[in-house]
Design a protein around this ligand. Sequence first.
Ligand code: SF4
Length: 234
Amino acid sequence: MLLKLLALGYPIDEVIFFKIGVDFNCININAEKMKKILKDKGIQFTILEPKDPFIWCMTEKPVAKRDGTHQCGYKWCGGCTRWGTTLKLDAIKENNKKYGDEMIVEYVGIAADERHRIDRKRNGNRVKLYPLVEWGMTEKDCLEYCYSQGWHWNEEGYELYDLLDRVSCKYCNNKNLKELRNIYHFLPNVWQELKELQDKIQMPFRGDKTIHDLETRFISEDSQMTIEEFLKEV
Ligand code: SF4
């Protein structure tokens, strides 16, 4: 969305990058690349970070439970417990305070095939615009546009969108089985980090399965598959 907004000359005062602290490396590399482009165009590039470190919130932060006791951390983020989204929204809200009562027009990168996520409600002095929806660009169109402009998400030698349906946070538990299987096979460092986090988090990662259960499953699958079958799945 940002690339096309720039190409079409839409007015932009500030670009916000929320650095959540658990991003894939390629996200930070691309942010640096964009930072230079924006600097040349005289557009402010603002990096926001969560008030408390993501991993601390996930594994250690004392969190009050309904029964009056406390648990360590919010645990995995995703599904209906997207506490990481709250960290992001809080940081943006804080950043917006510098604009006082001025009207803020936000461009939101929701694609034409995810219209159900659109929120047209006006929120105080904030108005949201959805350029990708207006241009009729689906998620697939957007990815093709990025590739055609020389933008890639290269992680440990792999194009991340070949491995994942969505590039979310590294440890997002919205990941489906195919994505987890690909992380296990192709991004061993991330898989190792997931295992180490699982040792600290008393909550399964997917359904009733922990990361260790999933690893057992993938090892078992590998021992049953032929190479040809495996390559077909990738
Ligand atoms: S992408 Fe996943 S882990 Fe990251 S904030 Fe959103 S729900 Fe949480």
